[in-house]
Design a protein around this ligand. Structure first.
Ligand SMILES: NC(=O)C1=CN([C@@H]2O[C@H](COP(=O)(O)OP(=O)(O)OC[C@H]3O[C@@H](n4cnc5c(N)ncnc54)[C@H](OP(=O)(O)O)[C@@H]3O)[C@@H](O)[C@H]2O)[C@H](O)CC1
Ligand code: K
Length: 394
């Protein structure tokens, strides 16, 4: 699934509006219906609802949701923040529709805001800002966010938690971002949802289909994509009825050391599970019996060293080589790794300790065989890239 930066989302809306075609107010109505369904599926009509709406289309969505919930007998109170005396056209239209409803308690805030009581039974709907946020929140809006965050009510964010930038939040102010329990995002997830440091703001998130134009999504380029199970499924090649282990390549795994047999077992199982026909694990003698018992499907080639990887092996007969899990960082292992890579013509997957050791020998990364893959976790990546900027600018 493609992930678009906030700057492209407006274009995708516009594409749908032009090509479906649909009036933008009707697209908002569609979004509000989907949001209302997601809310009414989870919260009963007895739930008191407080809606916080901003001046843009995120606020417009929130006002339309307020109207639809009131039509379904929910008790709804609305706070529309119109501090500049200017609302987006669709927000204005939805304001006019909701403010006349007897069932809704409506407040338009231009200057003074007296915060409402929010109990643990309340559901807050955050429609202050969505994909149109262009800088971190401050001033009055930040105060409203802090108030909502300090309350014990449940919070549902429309499209995105208000205050969270769609992509880059390194310099954002954490206390000025809504901490939602649920985020119902319209059609597409925001890149920011996928970063662990934003989980406290986004809460549980779900995508609501608002039928944005498929062709628009296809034609619009983006640097980000989220791999889903369907994408992986498409990569899997069908196997013929008469296929056998000899048809699916022979992998070599250089892994494990004394006390780290587990890493080599997990990597060996993963390698076989991902489809390699044959697997040989190059391991120190001390791990031989463990490996042969735990992963009988794999062959074991023992290193001349009993405890750790110390002697490079011939890789010519293999189609892929995995190096790293549980290797340890012994000096001899480090030397063996460098020598192994120097002579290796077969694509390698470098993981774990192989990456940790290569952090001190980055030159070795420049002549890896074509098709090689590095799989660092964030800490390993940090070690690998430490001081890179300083090194390249010198
Ligand atoms: N396809 C879809 O996803 C659909 C989305 N919809 C909803 O629309 C919003 C995006 O609406 P938009 O009007 O573009 O933007 P916002 O509502 O998020 O906010 C715009 C206003 O906010 C002001 N702004 C921006 N940053 C700040 C800030 N830090 N402090 C104060 N004010 C801020 C901005 O004013 P400027 O003068 O700064 O431009 C705007 O007034 C999307 O999230 C969905 O909820 C559609 O309803 C359906 C299709
Ligand atoms: K929001």
């Amino acid at each position: 699934m493609k992930i678009f930066p906030s700057s492209s989302i407006k274009k995708l809306d516009a594409y749908t509006i032009e090509h479906e075609p649909i009036a933008s107010i009707d697209l908002m109505e569609r979004a509000a219906k989907a949001l209302t369904k997601a809310i009414t599926d989870r919260w009963k009509p007895e739930t008191p609802i407080t809606v916080f709406a901003g001046p843009g289309n995120n606020g417009g969505d929130a006002l339309a949701v307020a109207r639809m919930l009131a039509e379904r007998s929910y008790k709804v109170e609305v706070y529309l923040f119109n501090t500049k005396g200017e609302l987006s056209p669709d927000c204005q239209t939805n304001k006019e529709l909701v403010e006349i409803m007897e069932e809704v308690t409506f407040h338009e805030i231009s200057t003074k805001f007296v915060p409402p009581a929010l109990t643990p039974q309340h559901l807050v709907i955050d429609g202050l800002f969505g994909s149109g946020l262009n800088k971190p929140l401050s001033g009055g809006f930040a105060a409203v966010v802090k108030y909502i965050n300090s309350a014990s009510a449940m919070v549902v964010a429309i499209d995105t938690p208000s205050g969270l930038m769609g992509e880059e939040n390194t310099f954002n102010i954490k206390s000025n971002i809504i901490r939602a329990d649920f985020t119902f995002s319209l059609q597409l997830p925001k890149l920011a949802f996928l970063f662990v440091e934003n989980a406290e703001f986004v809460g549980e998130w779900d995508l609501l289909d608002i039928e944005l134009n498929e062709q628009g999504i296809e034609e619009t380029e983006t640097n980000y994509e989220m791999l889903e199970i369907e994408d992986i499924r498409e990569l899997m090649k069908p196997r013929s009825q008469f296929a056998h282990k000899g048809n699916f390549g022979h992998a070599l795994l250089i892994a494990g050391s004394k006390g780290m047999a587990g890493a080599s077992i997990l990597a060996a199982r993963a390698c076989l599970r991902s489809g390699a026909g044959l697997l040989t694990v190059h391991a120190p003698l001390c791990n031989n019996d463990i490996l042969q018992t735990a992963v009988p499907e794999a062959m074991v080639e023992t290193d001349a060293n009993e405890m750790y990887f110390a002697v490079p092996t011939d890789t010519d007969d293999y189609q892929a080589v995995g190096i790293g899990p549980g290797l340890g960082k012994n000096e001899e292992t480090e030397a063996a790794l460098l020598e192994q890579l120097e002579h290796c013509q077969t694509p390698v997957v470098l993981d774990a300790d192989a990456l940790n050791m290569l952090a001190n020998h980055r030159h070795a990364l420049t002549h890896l065989p074509k098709g090689s893959i590095l799989t660092p976790h964030p800490k390993e990546l940090e070690r690998l890239t430490a001081n890179v900027r300083i090194l390249t600018s010198d």
